[in-house]
Write a protein that binds this ligand. Structure first.
Ligand SMILES: C[S@@+](CC[C@H](N)C(=O)[O-])C[C@H]1O[C@@H](n2cnc3c(N)ncnc32)[C@H](O)[C@@H]1O
Length: 219
């Protein structure tokens, strides 16, 4: 992704007013433990605290590349199944429980995401994850609007393809119309909270909306 700020020879990144070490302790831990990205520890923390994932779940991971969340989900599911989608290729080794698509979350049909054969009712998910992030411009309002559009797509998919009682975890850039998005989530889920995991880099505007207990769709 672009917009990460200039890369420096010492491995540090200068992003707006924050300077951070790309190869920090979590990065090194992820590498040592065989995860594709340090963001796995954000999902792990959210899962531990919010009881997001269960062994028999059917899980959708929007924006799955390079693949650390899918690796975590794969380990967590004993009998479930998962599908991930990203614009970019996902190159991690995964078990047969996980299906990976390369494509745009806006353009991929629910039939394809859920793996539902034509003419059959949608095979619903128990969990929708979205760690999707836009290409950033450095212009706060533009980046927030792009992030919000990705969140709205995740919510749209959740509304249509999540089983009653299902859960959702979506990354959002703080500010802008975030309150509007939270209000929209409250129409669909009984519990909605915001969490900034400890692994979030200093100065980052990223946070996560965790929505639990999808309400039954209106008749
Ligand atoms: C921060 S990365 C996700 C990291 C991932 N959770 C992991 O643990 O490896 C964000 C991803 O969102 C993807 N993305 C952004 N817009 C997308 C879209 N419209 N459809 C699918 N993926 C998208 C990007 O290509 C990028 O790989």
């Amino acid at each position: 992704m672009s917009g990460r700020g200039p890369r420096r020879p010492d491995g540090f990144i200068q992003k707006s007013n924050a300077r951070y070490d790309r190869h920090d302790a979590l990065y090194r831990k992820a590498k040592k433990e065989g995860f594709a990205a340090r963001s796995v520890y954000k999902l792990e923390e959210i899962d531990r605290e919010c009881k997001l994932l269960r062994p028999r779940d059917r899980v959708l991971d929007l924006g799955c590349a390079p693949g650390s969340w899918l690796q975590y989900v794969d380990q967590k599911l004993t009998h479930g199944a998962a599908v991930g989608i990203d614009l970019l290729p996902t190159r991690v080794a995964l078990s047969g429980k996980v299906r990976v698509l390369q494509g745009d979350a806006f353009e991929t049909s629910l039939q394809e995401l859920t793996g539902t054969p034509a003419g059959e009712p949608l095979r619903l998910f128990d969990v929708v994850l979205s760690d999707m992030a836009p290409n950033t411009t450095g212009i706060r309002t533009v980046d927030q609007a792009r992030s919000l559009a990705l969140c709205e797509r995740a919510l749209e998919v959740a509304e249509r393809a999540l089983a009653p009682g299902g859960r959702m975890c979506v990354k959002i850039f703080e500010g802008g119309d975030m309150k509007q998005f939270l209000d929209a989530c409250k129409q669909v889920f009984r519990t909605v909270k915001v969490k900034r995991p400890k692994g979030t880099r200093a100065g980052s505007v990223e946070t996560y909306v965790i929505a639990l207990d999808r309400l039954p769709p209106a008749p």
